[in-house]
Design a protein around this ligand. Structure first.
Ligand code: FES
Length: 261
């Protein structure tokens, strides 16, 4: 078993504070909150961000890279995009010093694949939209569909069918579609003013964190996917951060994919 290593002096640690220390050659984030000390691997399990440099709020530290939060007492991941805990370590105060002992064999995984490396991207699903099958495959975007088909498509386009389209849009880091992730807060359809057979689609979407790096791509992919529908005249994506996204918005299917139980 590893030994305790003296890493800091109690009187030199502000409360609250965080600092980077070295224990047996490993970089460890040491936190002081409420007179107690806590130690975690200095590794965000999302993509290797440095936790010692993150914003500390009560017993939570936010990764400075994409905002995932961890409980400094346990290492538990509290918010996306991290889904796995980072390793916590034993801490004691003795002889005026702060001592840390690595918990062996449970180091946090490496970057990027941390916790997600075992999740293989699922094969791209075939569109579940009846429209996709009914849409002409040889025509151009400017060609009007046959009247009968247009009538069928108009009847099919509804909030549910738009949500089915949105399942084709996946978070590029988690490989889970944005509907099952719980990112879609609302879908609104309204007749297009300049095209009676078409609809204007407005999608209210949130992000797993305000600084989500995948945001621009998700917006672009959403517009492209919904806009490909023959009866859509325009797509508007509104980013909504209130209420904030929380992991409990995910479906069971998303949890299964991410290995969260
Ligand atoms: S590396 Fe920490 S949230 Fe992305």
């Amino acid at each position: 078993m590893a030994e305790f290593v003296r890493v800091a002096e109690v009187l030199e640690c502000a409360d609250p504070s965080s600092q980077l220390v070295e224990v047996d050659g490993e970089m460890v984030a040491l936190f002081c909150v409420g007179g107690q000390f806590y130690a975690l691997d200095d590794v965000c399990t999302h993509d290797g961000g440095p936790l010692a440099g993150g914003e500390l709020t009560d017993h939570k530290v936010a990764c400075p890279r994409h905002g995932a939060k961890f409980d400094i007492r346990t290492g538990a991941a509290l918010s996306m995009p991290a889904v796995r805990a980072t390793q916590s370590h034993d801490v004691k105060v003795d002889d005026g010093g702060v001592w840390v002992r690595l918990r062996s064999g449970k180091r946090a995984d490496g970057p990027a694949a941390h916790g997600l490396g075992s999740i293989a991207p699922p094969p791209a699903p075939a569109s579940q939209l009846p429209l996709a099958a009914a849409a002409p495959t040889t025509g151009t975007a400017s060609e009007a569909p046959a009247p009968a088909a247009a009538s069928t498509v108009s009847a099919i386009l509804c909030e549910d069918s738009v949500r089915e389209i949105l399942k084709e849009v996946k978070d590029p880091e988690l490989f889970v579609n944005i509907v099952d992730l719980g990112l879609i807060y609302g879908v609104t359809l309204s007749p297009a003013a300049d095209a009676p057979d078409k609809q204007h689609v407005s999608v209210d979407m949130t992000m797993t964190s305000p600084a989500c790096p995948a945001g621009p791509q998700l917006i672009s992919d959403t517009k492209r996917a919904v806009g490909a529908h023959a009866n859509v005249s325009a797509v508007e994506v509104r980013i909504v951060m209130d209420p904030p996204w929380t992991p409990d918005r995910m479906t069971d299917a998303a949890r299964d994919q991410l290995g969260i139980f």
